[in-house]
Design a binder for this molecule. Sequence first.
Ligand SMILES: [Zn+2]
Length: 269
Amino acid sequence: MSPLLEVSDAVRAEIGDEEADRLLAGENAPGSYDCTSCRTPGHTEQERTSTVLFVGEETAVLAFAHATCIPSQVVSVSEEQLKGAVRSLSGESEFARQPSAPPQPTSAEPGREAAVLGVTCGQILIGEELYPAIVVEPTGPIARPGSTGPGDEFLPLLVEAGFQRVADVSLAPSPLPGWSVLLAMGQLHAVLQGDPAGGRPSAWWQAHQPLAVTDGWRASANQHHTVFVYAAPAGVIGQQPREDLLREALEKAAVNGLLVAAAMPLAGT
Ligand SMILES: [Zn+2]
């Protein structure tokens, strides 16, 4: 029986017609797999399955997901993440990347030490329902690109990008079109920012190491297909060991006008 595989044009373009046709003919399909999105088992001959190609700088890894979880797509990740993915995936096959793209020039780092975005995962109760949330807080002030001033422009930059100020944490944030959260191999990989020109989304935040999430977080992300992304300037939220403390910190930040948020779908949904 031939597999119920979906291979998008983008995936086909990366892996080539020959490989795509072999997959569709069942020669290379894995049979059973762990869904790269929700991590529960799937089977290529029993349910519609999306091929998801993770593409790094040098290598690419083909993974499989329930078509109901995410559509067939190409996902850009760092080479390091890809190596981690190769270790954690089952049923993957690895392709040498076509050496078509010229190496990207690396832009000079600004003199000031770059702040890193810290990310905390937790669930947040809105109404009667738990929603998956991530809280983003830089390790230091964020300057406007090109500026050398000492100010922290993190919140204004996010508001310009479409995040909304949160006055009341008990209300769900508004959706931010074009942005999404990449949950793959059951772990949090990136917050993706849409390309207004219609190209492939780029990572606004990307995990150095994919971030483990709790089963509850993952289940609620897959149930709602939405993640609430909160952001606050450096030093406002801090590391909170418990979800009730995280919520308290969010409420305090909101009261002080230091919290923005947006609702984002899981990447590809
Ligand atoms: Zn799934």
